[in-house]
Design a binder for this molecule. Structure first.
Ligand code: ATP
Ligand code: SF4
Ligand code: MG
Length: 320
């Protein structure tokens, strides 16, 4: 049994009396020690899916309409508040895009890490463990850095503190939601290196969310691509990069910035991501799909296993 198995997760946002489906029949799994990358454009449901793993999406406005989230074989959607508190930051640790918003500006970073320890590993909640964690995430002079306030640290160092806080609980699964988007390119690469190194040393699983397919090759074992609330392709990372099958994945690949090409702007996929509640009937990608045919607008395609371990939501992928 994998560490995490999401089956047919379906979530609506109830807004103005309308139920808008943001996550539609999403199934994903992550084995122990595995890194899954969740990829897709803005608004496709990556964060809502990831936050559902510890039931962090506020209900209301959200409402779970179906499915199950089995974490270590237990369904998170059926857990009582005390069990949920134990898995939040315990079994599942989160790091988010903007450390500035997640760290408390009025407390020293060492005290914030110690608080995370006190909650999840009280026996080790001392200064030595704080320093060890800061060292683990590559912060130089950790003894003195522990006494800094967040604003005294650079964005990259703040992100490392966030990772140390998440690691304080020794989570089995680390969810990293666009952890490097707010950072410059060199620091991004350093944080991704750190995550890879930590995964190897600590044997954690990682769910890494990104809209940049360019980092998938270095980070992921497997990839799930989302579009408009649905998974449209899943595959082992290497195979997906070598041979993307779904037209949306191919379009995403073409929009990866090629450093050598010295491009000024990212070539974006033409057209817009549809808004919640405005998804086209039939294939949701049809209005933007370069190889759409008339029948695509009629019937919604199913996600089908096309090779062992590879799923694609497009009946025409092999002919285009
Ligand atoms: N609290 C909320 N209330 C209403 N709608 C929401 C809420 N949170 C998210 N949504 C909507 O759900 C959809 C999925 O949002 P989500 O944040 O999961 O996207 P995402 O794939 O993470 O995008 P991004 O790359 O921009 O972070 C979006 O249309 C978003 O506007
Ligand atoms: S079903 Fe049609 S519109 Fe959708 S991805 Fe496949 S070819 Fe494109
Ligand atoms: Mg997001």
């Amino acid at each position: 049994m994998p560490l995490l198995q999401i089956n047919h997760l379906t979530l609506d946002f109830v807004l103005g009396g309308r139920a808008l489906r943001a996550v539609d029949d999403v199934s994903l799994s992550i084995a122990a020690g595995e890194t899954l990358c969740l990829v897709g454009e803005s608004g496709c449901g990556k964060s809502v899916t990831a936050q559902s793993i510890a039931r962090l999406v506020p209900t209301p406005p959200a409402q779970y309409a179906g499915g199950e989230i089995l974490l270590q074989d237990r369904d998170v959607l059926r857990m009582k508040p005390a069990e949920l508190r134990a898995i939040r930051g315990g079994v599942v640790g989160y790091i988010f895009q903007d450390p500035g918003a997640s760290l408390n500006p009025v407390f020293r970073v060492g005290d914030q890490i110690r608080e995370a320890l006190r909650l999840h590993r009280p026996a080790q909640a001392g200064p030595d463990e704080v320093v060890r964690l800061l060292k683990l995430v590559g912060i130089p002079a950790p003894e003195s850095r522990a006494r800094d306030y967040p604003h005294q640290l650079s964005g990259g160092m703040q992100q490392r503190v966030m990772i140390a806080m998440a690691l304080a609980a020794e989570p089995k699964l680390l969810v990293a939601d666009e952890p490097t988007t707010a950072l410059d390119v060199t620091i991004q690469a350093q944080i991704l290196d750190l995550l890879r190194d930590l995964k190897r040393r600590l044997g954690m699983s990682i769910l890494l969310i990104t809209h940049n397919l360019g980092i998938v090759g270095d980070m992921a074992d497997r990839v799930a691509v989302m579009y408009a609330g649905q998974v449209v392709e899943t595959a082992p990372a290497r195979e997906l990069l070598r041979r993307p099958l779904h037209p949306y994945t191919r379009a995403l690949m073409n929009s990866v910035p090629k450093l050598q090409a010295n491009l000024r702007r990212l070539p974006a996929i033409p057209g817009n991501v549809p808004n919640l509640g405005d998804f086209p009937t039939g294939c949701r990608f049809a209005p933007r799909c370069p190889v759409a045919r008339p029948e695509c607008a009629g019937t919604a395609p199913a996600l089908v296993e096309v090779e062992p371990g590879r799923h694609v939501r497009c009946p025409y992928f092999a002919t285009v």
